[in-house]
Design a protein around this ligand. Structure first.
Ligand code: CO
Length: 143
């Protein structure tokens, strides 16, 4: 495993109850328009991205109450949900975490929004913060 595969903060994920209302509030507050909107069935979410430098602000709404974000909203309300770290090689990043004994949510990478490849890592390994690894583009191993 190479020394470090961490490139950048890819995005900050914020759980919201009403996506349209949240987009209006973020647009008004920051003076920027969203650049992407996508339903990710696999994750049970609809998300909207705003660009912030080389990173994104990601507003995430649940497709239903029995989804991970739906349960998060019921339990904790709106707010910071996860941080996405952009990595050059998601497979070797997962290997590194596994070797370090960090519990994984996704044992293998899967498809994310914008055609990315992603994998979630349990908050236990990052002091209570849910982490999402993000690699640009699809990989051969993503499901
Ligand atoms: Co995310």
């Amino acid at each position: 495993v190479e020394a470090s595969v961490l490139q950048d903060i890819d995005h900050v994920g914020i759980a919201v109850a009403d996506l349209d209302a949240a987009v209006r509030d973020y647009s008004a507050a920051l003076g920027i328009e969203p650049i992407h909107r996508e339903v990710v069935e696999d994750q049970g979410v609809e998300e909207v991205l705003f660009r912030a430098g080389s990173s994104y602000i990601q507003l995430v709404a649940a497709l239903g109450p029995e989804t991970p974000v739906g349960r998060f909203l019921q339990k904790r309300g709106e707010g910071l949900h996860h941080i996405g770290y952009r990595v050059t090689d998601i497979a070797s990043a997962l290997d590194r975490l596994r070797d370090a004994g960090v519990p994984l949510v996704d044992e293998s990478p899967r498809h994310g929004s914008r055609g990315t490849t992603v994998a979630f890592v349990h908050p236990r390994g990052f002091r209570g913060v849910l982490v999402e690894l993000v690699q640009e583009g699809p990989t051969a191993t993503s499901r």
